[in-house]
Design a protein around this ligand. Structure first.
Ligand code: DP6
Length: 348
């Protein structure tokens, strides 16, 4: 046993540790990796953390367990999702010879349907791991750890607005972490999420990104044009220029989806209601209501608007056939440890 491993094992806490994190919506999208193995992004991104989409995760190391166990939304999970978490714990512990863990996690929103469950999931897990392994990580180190689980999770460490930085070295992750831009009280905005399907997506983000990078003729331009979008978004946020933020948000979204559609075979994450919703919002906007759409790797449509317009926008959104529900989100807080009383590990 080397000294590093001894130090890490000696620091394990065997009490259950519970953390919470909120999903985030990318205003400037992350799409593409410069290393799949290290999960290094090919582009930076800017996001808003959302109060309404929350993951609560309890992690408990237990020498008596033979293998890691994952319960997600009250169901036992095996296979690749469990292996992904196990690999994440190995990376955090810097060894795969660590005590096994029980992870009990719950989302208050549909999992794996383009509502950023991997962002809040890995951000919550990173915070729990930091506590349970006594790693004493700074926010930026925590963000980097969360990134190893899922790129978008790096941004959910922070409340309000965050920017994911993107390094240049192909195999070095020292520059790949998110930084805080503004906290959740900086600006009261609304993100209205139209759930148009609760089915799990067929092609996850990771696979979608790899396919796009390999086959889209536009990929190089996507990467090269990102810095301009980031710069413009930073300055629009600084000026609280809602129209500019909305325009940039739509631009980044459609650029990402156009890119995905130009892959071979093409990737289309939308359904009929997604398209109908886009037209509904654009129609509303043409009549003077400032509202802007964005979509991720799924068919849900997220509409950015200001608080005074949210009822009107919601009404229009409900008129679209196929909308199952609308979730109203505000800027939300960063990831944090919460009291164990809120979510006990069930040893059943
Ligand atoms: C479309 O963070 O899910 O939501 O790093 O492979 O886990 P991995 O990808 P993930 O990708 C998110 C893509 C996106 C845009 C975004 O959130 O920036």
């Amino acid at each position: 046993m080397n000294s590093k491993r001894k130090r890490i094992i000696a620091d394990f806490t065997y009490n259950p540790v519970t953390a919470q994190a909120h999903a985030n919506i990318a205003l400037v999208k992350y799409w593409g990796k410069r290393s799949v193995d290290l999960n290094l992004p090919a582009v930076g991104s800017i996001s808003l953390t959302l109060d309404a989409l929350k993951t609560t995760t309890t992690l408990q190391f237990d020498d008596a367990l033979e293998n890691d166990i994952l319960q997600l939304d009250h169901r036992n999970i095996v296979g690749e999702p469990l292996s992904r978490l196990s690999r994440f714990l190995d990376v955090a512990a810097e060894t795969n010879e660590r005590p096994s863990a029980k992870i009990v996690s719950a989302n208050n929103f549909p999992t794996g349907a383009g509502l950023a469950s991997s962002a809040s999931g890995f951000a919550a897990l990173a915070v729990a791991v930091n506590e349970a392994m006594n790693l004493n990580l700074s926010k930026e180190e925590l963000s980097s750890l969360a990134r190893k689980g899922s790129g978008s999770a790096a941004r959910s460490i922070y409340g309000g607005f965050a920017e994911m930085k993107c390094g240049t070295a192909p195999d070095d992750d020292r520059e790949d972490y998110a930084v805080h831009l503004y906290n959740e009280s900086y600006w009261d905005l609304r993100l209205l999420i139209a759930v148009t399907s609760t089915d799990k997506k067929e092609i996850g983000s990771t696979e979608g990104m790899v396919r796009t990078a390999k086959t889209s003729p536009f990929y190089k331009n996507w990467v090269e044009s990102q810095d301009t979008d980031l710069k413009e978004m930073r300055s629009a946020l600084n000026a609280k220029d809602f129209q500019k933020i909305g325009e940039l948000t739509e631009h980044s979204c459609f650029k990402m989806h156009g890119l995905a559609m130009s892959g071979r075979p093409p990737l289309l994450y939308w359904n009929g209601a997604t398209t109908e919703m886009i037209h509904t919002i654009w129609n509303l906007r043409s009549k003077g209501t400032a509202a802007y759409v964005t979509m991720d790797a799924g068919p849900q449509v997220k509409v950015l608007c200001q608080p005074g317009n949210s009822e009107l926008v919601k009404q229009a959104m409900y008129s679209v056939k196929g909308v199952k529900k609308i979730i109203e989100a505000k800027p939300g807080p960063g990831a944090t440890i919460v009291s164990d009383d809120q979510f006990k590990v069930k040893n059943s």
